[in-house]
Design a binder for this molecule. Structure first.
Ligand code: SF4
Length: 662
């Protein structure tokens, strides 16, 4: 029942087709010199998928406010032309779009030749690694005017609304917070003066946008910073913004520097709703938008049905599935966002263009899917991420596709991942692709490892995509063949208890440690999360199933895990009491555990009843060699091609690219 979420909404005079707003995402191609082709295609595809009102990634209101060299800056005629193309294409597709007016303040990462970051006060930022200059009062007033000019420009460029970016620790937030606003003039010194910048911006934007033009203000419901803006100041700020002419308040959560995760997979979906509800209660009738870690329309429905919140913002879910709303309306499956951040936020933090792990098409919307005039018979060997993606895309192009999977179920490594706390949605990805393959008529053969007897079978196809994956790396440690030594797939398959030593410190080892230690406590996930981070009072019972020691030769655990996620995952492990021993040399495995030489040269025993080897993967060359021997046209993708540094982003992307070759 999605009655609430699929019913029409409203912001000011703007009628919305439903009550989900696509939240702003910096895409990394805002500054691409292509006349706006990529940007327009990105938003138009989502408009066609029923997204309703979308908010663009931040458009810097002046050069100092640019988040980095890949941001668009208002005042640049080429950027205006790109934006004009965006509004035209979106409107042709039946969508609505708001321009986000953005100023990064001390979070700016300007090009070396660009202007230095500016902020209310010269307070160093861990996020940008820069100490900004304190703005003069004159610069503050000019910046207010820049926001206003941006609003007028948005209206002239055909946007349907503007959103003032006042959350996540950017400039407006920097004025509001006592941590970053140390001024003692009319723009700082007490809560009212710290709030003044955001209020003046809203007033100026309201005036410049003109009567009836919708103005959304995105504020921070709770900044999750030690010594940050108190809740009563947030609520007073919300009331002041309503008084200054905002038509809706969009409630963001957390700062980029906050020690509490706000959008990672470890954050339970919907957990931030109470903070948006507080804002709603403070502003009465003014529409309030809740968001952050809402990855399903069902969660949005629960928020709308159970609280006074008016609208729900979802951002990354529209990367994972541009058709999210239309598919739901039509009863089709949805490709769910996993909150992995691996191809979106982590890319944007490193100035790479954004895409999506489960949907490599995101960010490549200018590619048109051409239905083949000469359908081929295509075999995909392997039903993990690379194979699933390849089979779907080849079938969409009209080819007759058969998928051969050695195991008795689809999913590959995602079947393990879905067991890890916070990663249950990985099972949804597999279910989505299985449903898609089914509706596209792909024949799936399970429990059929391709072997030497299958050369004729391979030859019977016009082409083969080999996505047969990798296998666990074996380690050359004396005793590694003892019966209490398991591979990581074996460990994922059985409920281990007692003392467990994990040989390896990469992403799989960390996932396993998480799985083995996290018991099901008496608290719901949301309540546990809030208590754990001190946002709700009460004890946090820790229910530990196994006593885990992670052993690592290197010194950086989960080295390849993305910047936005690694710290949050390691904090979870610490809480669950996982011991991490870095810089070890393995000596031997005995029935008592693992003998290692540690960093200071001491040989010692890490006691364990079970030892799990999670030391990476190696390419399994069996099926690639068979495809070669069969002499059939083939492409090898994912772990079957190269297991070193394999991640699911690469696997999905390679499957996607290989299918396009037919
Ligand atoms: Fe979601 Fe991961 Fe895709 Fe980002 S990369 S949109 S977090 S599934």
């Amino acid at each position: 029942d999605l009655r609430h979420v699929l019913s029409p909404g409203r912001i000011g005079r703007l009628e919305l087709p439903h009550r989900v707003v696509m939240g702003a995402m910096h895409l990394g191609f805002e500054a691409r010199d292509d006349g706006g082709a990529a940007l327009a295609a990105f938003y138009a595809e989502r408009a066609r998928g029923g997204a309703g009102l979308m908010v663009t990634g931040g458009a810097a209101v002046n050069a100092e406010g640019s988040g980095g060299p890949d941001y668009g800056v208002l005042g640049d005629a080429a950027f205006h032309a790109r934006l004009r193309r965006v509004t035209d294409r979106v409107h042709e597709a039946g969508g609505l779009i708001a321009l986000q007016l953005f100023h990064a303040g001390r979070y700016a990462r300007p090009a070396p030749s660009g202007p230095p970051p500016v902020a209310p006060s010269a307070v160093y930022s861990r996020f940008s690694g820069r100490e900004p200059y304190a703005m003069t009062a004159g610069q503050v007033r000019e910046t207010v005017e820049d926001f206003a000019r941006g609003a007028a420009l948005a209206r002239d460029l055909g946007f349907d609304a503007v959103e003032v970016m006042g959350s996540e620790g950017y400039l407006v937030d920097q004025f509001l917070s006592p941590l970053t606003n140390l001024r003692d003039d009319e723009w700082g010194g007490d809560a009212v003066r710290r709030a003044r910048f955001g209020v003046e911006v809203t007033r100026a934007v309201r005036a410049a946008a003109g009567e009836g033009f919708p103005v959304v203000f995105r504020l921070t419901g709770i900044d999750l910073m030690d010594g940050g803006t108190p809740q009563e100041d947030v609520l007073a700020f919300a009331r002041a913004l309503a008084g200054a002419g905002a038509d809706a308040l969009n409630v963001g959560i957390g700062w980029h520097e906050s020690p509490v995760p706000s959008v990672q997979a470890v954050v339970p979906p919907g957990v931030w709703t109470p903070f948006a509800v507080r804002v709603k209660e403070a502003v009465g009738d003014l529409p309030v938008i809740a968001g952050n870690r809402v990855n399903r329309l069902e969660t949005a429905e629960a928020i709308l049905a159970g609280t006074p919140i008016d609208l729900v913002s979802m951002a990354r879910p529209f990367l994972a599935d541009a058709d999210l709303v239309a598919a739901t309306r039509q009863g089709r499956p949805v490709n769910v966002c996993l909150a992995c951040n691996q191809a979106c936020i982590d890319n944007s933090l490193t100035e790479r263009e954004v895409s999506c792990m489960v949907n490599p098409r995101a960010g490549r919307e200018t590619l048109t899917l051409v239905r083949s005039v000469r359908p081929r018979r295509v075999a995909v060997v392997g039903g993990g991420p690379a194979g699933l993606q390849a089979a779907r895309r080849a079938a969409l192009a009209g080819h007759r596709v058969e998928l051969h999977e050695a195991a008795d179920a689809l999913g590959g490594q995602f079947r393990m991942a879905r067991k890890v706390p916070g990663k249950a949605d990985y099972g949804e990805t597999v279910a989505y692709f299985a449903a898609e393959l089914d509706s596209l008529g792909v024949r799936v053969h399970l429990g059929h490892p391709i072997g030497a007897d299958d050369l004729d079978l391979l030859r019977s196809y016009d082409g083969v995509i080999v996505a047969s994956g990798a296998r666990p790396r074996r380690v050359d440690i004396p005793g590694a063949d003892l019966p209490h030594v398991l591979t990581y797939p074996e460990a994922f398959a059985c409920p281990l208890e007692g003392r467990v030593a994990i040989v390896g410190g990469g992403g799989v080892a960390v996932d396993l440690a998480h799985l083995l230690t996290r018991g099901h406590g008496p608290l719901g996930e949301g309540e546990r999360f809030l208590r754990r981070h001190g946002l709700v009072d009460g004890p946090v019972p820790v229910t530990v199933r196994a006593e885990v020691t992670l052993l690592q030769r290197g010194t950086r655990v989960a080295e390849r895990t993305g910047r936005s996620t690694r710290w949050a995952v390691l904090a979870e492990l610490r809480e669950q009491g996982v011991r991490i021993v870095r810089g070890v040399t393995y000596r031997r495995i005995t029935p008592e555990g693992v003998w290692v030489t540690d960093q200071d040269g001491t040989e010692r025993l890490v006691e364990a009843e079970t030892v799990v080897v999670a030391a990476g993967q190696v390419t399994d060359g069996t099926v690639p060699a068979l495809a070669e021997a069969a002499g059939v046209w083939h492409r090898v993708v994912g772990g079957a091609r190269d297991a070193d540094g394999l991640d699911a982003v690469r696997a999905f992307a390679e499957g996607f690219a290989a299918a396009a070759e037919f």
